[in-house]
Design a protein around this ligand. Sequence first.
Ligand code: 13P
Ligand code: ZN
Length: 270
Amino acid sequence: MKDIISAPFLTELIRTISTMYAHGWDERNGGNVSVLLNEDQVADYVDLHAPIRDIPTGFEAPALDGAYVLVTGTGKYFRNVQYDPADSLGLVKLLDGGRTAQLLWGFSNGGSVTSEFPAHMMSHAARLSVDPANRVVMHCHPNHLLAMTYVHDLDSRAFTRTLWQMCSECVAVFPEGVNVLPWMLCGTNEIGQATAEQMKTARLVVWAQHGIYGVGRDLDEAFGLIETAEKAAEIYLKIAHLPRLNTITDEQLRLLADKFGVRAREGWLD
Ligand code: 13P
Ligand code: ZN
């Protein structure tokens, strides 16, 4: 059996989590990440026939039955993940239609999956239904996006249009826009279901007064989406209180979409 600490999927996750922390997106235990893995990827690193313990999930996700998931633990500090990954991270296999997460590695001091496991797993299922190559769900608390939800209209179209207007490449990076959910109680199946529903039409879902979810085929895609939206939110907060003399017009957004070969969300440009 190979040492899982040198597995590419683990080193890449640790590197990404450390970068998220360095960006200030994940104070204390804020944020969580999950990555879907294939049996082929994990079979060399863990004994699939020697589960450590079962973790009840409290929800069903039949589409993910049998899936392997590398996930951050609840209450774990992102700044510490790189120093003791086996304490902060876990590799689980979903069984019983998603009702049980069988722990195969990690959570070495008795930890458990993130409290946002319902939102993660329901979002994975929703994204797989529109993009079978999706593998990553990432949640964090970036300052500017979070601040923007206190002062900007939470209508998804209006919120997206403002972000698109802040940097020329935003419309190319997230042409489908961002979907915004009103404040809801986090860590529940209800916010999980609401998030998953929004994930069917966008790879970014903002949780008002809380943070954001990004998804992607790999960690770079999810990270890059959040990074780009967060930069746009930062620009917005720098200019929102000043007279706006210039902007990126809808005509220019159309030119950008054409240039990058993408289609802006139907009806979201005037
Ligand atoms: P966990 O520590 O359970 O992952 O929760 C952090 C968080 O961001 C909740 O939304
Ligand atoms: Zn959170």
